[in-house]
Design a protein around this ligand. Structure first.
Ligand code: THU
Length: 126
């Protein structure tokens, strides 16, 4: 799958985001090594700390369906490019190799691609 296509699927999730408090919608599309795509969006809560980010929604969907090996994730927000928060970086680190790709950008013609190692160097794992 092309990164542009994965990015397009992340954009398609912005409509599903539940973000009445921040108004900041986030969509994600996670590509597994066997070619499946798991999408996600942020889901906020009146108790703000109970909010789940789009990236973790996608990972939890995949892992709970039995998929554990991942190649790339595309992320986009209602304001354009979107970077994973610290909690999401740590969450991804648990399941991803150093060469796992994080894709974002303001549009499909200006994609930025980083690796897990680049966005969380010397990341923690037990
Ligand atoms: N958010 C994500 O979905 N992913 C991130 O990596 C950063 C933050 C969401 C959480 C919350 O609903 C909104 O963006 C504002 O923080």
């Amino acid at each position: 799958m092309m990164y542009k296509d994965l990015y397009g699927m992340a954009c398609g999730m912005l409509d599903r985001a539940y973000a009445p408090f921040s108004k900041f919608k986030v969509g994600a599309a996670l590509l597994s090594k066997d070619g499946q795509v798991f999408t996600g969006c942020n889901v906020e809560n009146s108790s703000f700390g109970a909010t789940i980010c789009a990236e973790r929604t996608a990972f939890v969907k995949a892992i709970s369906e039995g998929t554990m090996e991942f190649e790339a994730i595309a992320i986009v927000s209602s304001d354009g490019e979107a970077w994973p928060c610290g909690i999401c970086r740590q969450f991804m680190k648990e399941f991803c190799d150093d060469d796992f790709k994080i894709i974002t950008g303001d549009d499909e013609d200006s994609l930025k691609v980083y690796t897990m190692e680049e966005i969380l160097p010397e990341g923690f794992r037990l």
